[in-house]
Structure formats: C-alpha cells, structure tokens
Design a protein around this ligand. Structure first.
Ligand code: HEC
Length: 445
C-alpha cells in the first residue's frame, strides 16, 4: 500500500485513521464501478423522464448520456436533498405507502451520488437499456381501463403563456352541461400536448348546490367549489375505489386552477377534464367528498405578521366513520410545512403525515393505497398544523415587510388540505378495521 509503516508511525493516530480511510475507499472503488449505462440510466428512465424529456414540463431532457452529463453536479445536489423528484413528505414519520410514490429509494440515491462522485462515467454502451416507449400524449390513459372514451369532456378556454415572465394561475369557470345527476367512477385531467410543456399542475373544482341532507359539509373554498380532481406530479386524475364515486349534479360547473410557467416561447394551453360515469341509475354506496379541510378556519384566523414565522391549527371533526383517500397540503408562497394528525375519540393522537419542505411550486398530492388509507371512527378530529415563514430567510418571500392575510392571489396566503373523504357506515367501518387487524396479526406471525 501507499503508506508504509514508518510514515504511519511518524504520523501517530491520525496516520492510522488516514490509512484506514484510504484503504476502505480503495476497497469500495474496487467493488464495482457505477456507470451511466448500467446503473444510472434505468433510474432516470423510471424516476425522471416522465418530466425530463423533450416536450414535457422539465427544463431539460435527461435521456442520453450527452444530455445528462452536463447536469451531473445539479443532479447530485437535487437528489441528495430529495428536492428531485418532487416528493416532500417526511420519510421518518407517519404513513409511507402511497399509490403514486415517485421518490427515490436510499439505494437509488446512493447509486446516483456514487456515480457523480466517480466522475460520472459513461460505462459500456452495450449496457444501455432500450429507451422507454412513452404512451402518446394524445390518448386518454384511463380509456383502456374503462373500455371507452370519457362520457363527458369539458375543456378550459385556451390561455396563451408568454415566452418569458412570471408564473400564471388561470382560473376560468366552465359549465359541465349536465342536465341530470350522474356519479363519476373515474376522472382524468389532461392538458393538451402543447399545454404539457407549460402546465405545472391543473386543479379542477366542482361547483354545485349541496342539499342539507348531503351528509356533511362539503367545504367550499368560496367561490371555487369543492375539489374535484387534478393533473399534478405523479397523478393524472382519480379512479374511485369499488362502490365509491363523486356526485356531479345537473347544472354543475367546473372551475380550473391551471398553474402555467414560461418556457422561452409562447405556448397556447388548454386542459381537458374527462369523466367516466357509473351507468345511469347506478348509485354507488359511498359518495367521495372533496374537502378543503381547514379552509374555513384559515379564512377566519390566518394572520401572518411581517418578519416572523407563524403556526396555525385547524380542527375538523368527522361526523361519521371515514376513510381519508389522500393528503394534499395547500398553502401559498409563504407556506413552509403542514402536518395532518388524527385525534381519536379516546384521546389518542396519531401522526398521519407531515410535509416538512412545502414548496408552492409543487402541489404534490399524496394518494394512499387501499391498505394505507387511514380509516377513522366517528368523532375523530383531524388536526392540521400549518407553518408559514414570512421572514426574509424564506427565499420565495417577495416582501417580508408585508402583513399577509387570507386571499386567493399567490401573494396572499391560506392553508388547508385537499382530502378526498369517504364516509362509511358503522358496519363497514368495523369490518375494515377487523380485516386490517387480521392481516396485521398474520404478518406478525
Ligand atoms: C414531476 C416532474 C419531474 C420529475 C419526476 C423530475 N423532475 Fe427534475 N425538474 C422538473 C421541473 C419542472 C424542473 C424545473 C425547476 C423546478 O420547478 O424545480 C426540474 C428541475 C430539475 C433540476 C434543476 C435544474 C436547474 O435548472 O438547476 C434537476 C437537476 C433535476 N430536475 C433533476 C431531476 C432528476 C435527476 C429527476 C429524477 C431522479 C427528476 N429531476 C425528476 C420536473 C421533474
């Protein structure tokens, strides 16, 4: 080895440590060289190219070695900080199984970091996996599942996004044209092919009159209606679980919230909403409510004095047993973090999820799996905790001297969580809980 005994003796303890580090580093590099073609390209294909390829929303394509190589340093820091792919849930606490999880595993992160640290070698061209055959952007992706195109298509009026300039939020309202009540079983939100380059996300809200007998408060984010579905990171819409659906009433309207950013040339964008209905006359057992949890409290009490960080709480009691289908925190540019907890009727508190690095640019929706979706008894109180940073250390803060209140503009602020809630009967609640217990004890044996 490079370091002889005499050198070590002269350097004392530090020398021994250095020699040890050096030899273990050599051992690691001898182990296996990480290469682009064999190790890194498959990760980029699976985890990055939905956005990072020509014609999609990300600023650069990460497909070929020549495209990726100049970005190696930036990839390293974004991946190490878990800011790419955008997935901001705290991994150390709360529920971790999601239907649309796009985050990297520790092993994938390790591979990417080792590759960059080794000088980002190309490797053997023969190891390169064949390119992904991406589905055409022109199809409805749920068409195959339902065996027909959507039963209803509603489009937002076109919006022209300038070549340069600030992000824009386009919020038009469009009639659904329905003359009878129908039950949605699936929804897909699809920006047109052109639009995909500039669409960060596209939220769709449903506006309709709710009757007092409609079970519970469908909280209206006045005047935009309840949350319907969206196109966002890792999400193209909703497929409702068996026997559940969303009620779309005669005379209802959709309001869009399309977030556009500029890409260096003018682009005209539009978003289509496709809805698949249950057959006429079929009423699913359960209605899914798109609730904006905390919206009312936030309108009433949110107050962000200049130059400080604030904490607000909202408590939302569940009037019936319920399954929460997803968690999507919503705040504006001063938003910093948001927690959703369940306070059970017996006083026990459970952390459901925590988003520690909220980023207004990314409306990430965390969609629970069949098994991970929290199923809660009647009388449970959902507790939301929202942190805002109105100081100058918040890089997104346009002006820390402003006193900020609730409002729709991005420079106003708000906090709530978009949650699809399915209220259950007591019997079904008991049954789901019993099934889960049985599975748990199976797993433990
Ligand atoms: C959901 C879409 C999406 C996915 C998935 C995604 N990115 Fe990105 N990425 C973007 C967008 C959009 C930007 C532009 C800046 C922003 O909004 O952060 C970006 C920015 C970046 C940047 C910074 C570019 C700069 O100008 O500094 C890097 C590096 C990056 N992404 C790497 C990756 C890697 C590596 C992956 C996969 C492991 C990945 N991204 C996955 C959409 C995505």
């Amino acid at each position: 080895m490079l370091m002889g005994n005499t050198t070590c003796r002269r350097m004392g303890g530090a020398g021994f440590a250095a020699a040890f580090l050096l030899s273990s580093a050599l051992a690691a590099s001898a182990q296996e060289e990480v290469t682009f073609t064999r190790d890194v390209a498959p990760i980029l294909q699976q985890r990055c190219q939905t956005c990072h390829r020509t014609g999609q929303m990300a600023p650069m394509s990460l497909v070929t070695y020549d495209e990726v190589r100049p970005w190696a340093r930036a990839i390293r820091s974004n991946v190490a900080e878990r800011s790419m792919p955008p997935w901001h849930i705290d991994k150390t606490i709360g529920i971790q199984e999601f239907d649309n999880d796009i985050s990297l595993s520790e092993a994938e992160i390790d591979t990417v970091l080792r590759w960059v640290d080794a000088g980002a070698p190309r490797g053997n061209p023969a190891d390169m996996p064949p390119p992904i055959d991406w589905p055409s952007d022109e199809i409805w992706r749920l068409e195959e599942r339902y065996g027909r195109p959507p039963d209803l298509v509603v489009s937002s009026p076109p919006w022209t996004q300038a070549a340069e300039g600030q992000d824009q939020w386009w919020q038009p309202m469009v009639e659904t044209g329905l003359t009878e009540d129908r039950w949605a079983t699936g929804i897909e939100i699809r920006p047109t092919v052109e639009a995909r380059r500039v669409t960060h996300h596209s939220n769709v809200y449903l506006q309709q009159e709710e009757e007092p007998g409609d079970h519970v408060s469908v909280v209206d984010v006045t005047p935009r209606g309840s949350y319907f579905s969206e196109f966002a990171i890792g999400k193209i819409g909703d497929v409702f679980r068996e026997n559940t659906g969303k009620l779309v009433k005669a005379g209802s309207r959709f309001t869009f919230d399309n977030h556009y950013h500029s890409v260096g040339e003018e682009v005209t964008a539009q978003t289509d909403v496709g809805v698949w209905f249950y057959p006429r006359g079929v009423v699913p057992k359960y209605r899914v409510y798109g609730q904006a949890m905390g919206a009312r409290q936030s309108q009433r009490d949110m107050d962000l004095p200049p130059g400080v960080e604030t904490v607000h709480h909202a408590y939302i009691p569940l009037p019936a047993p319920a399954r929460l289908e997803n968690y999507q925190p919503h705040m504006h540019i001063r938003g910093k973090a948001m927690t959703m907890e369940a306070i059970y009727p017996d006083g026990r508190v459970e952390m459901l999820n925590h988003v520690a690095e909220f980023d207004f640019n990314w409306h990430v929706n965390y969609v629970y799996t069949d098994d991970s979706a929290p199923v809660l008894p009647r009388g449970t109180v959902i507790k939301l905790t929202a942190w805002h940073d109105n100081t100058e250390s918040n890089r997104n803060n346009p002006d820390p001297r402003q006193w900020v209140g609730w409002g729709q503009r991005s420079y106003d602020d708000m906090y709530h969580a978009h949650v699809n809630v399915t209220y259950l009967t007591e019997e079904d609640y008991e049954q789901i809980v019993a099934e889960r217990r049985a599975r748990q004890s199976d797993n433990q044996q």
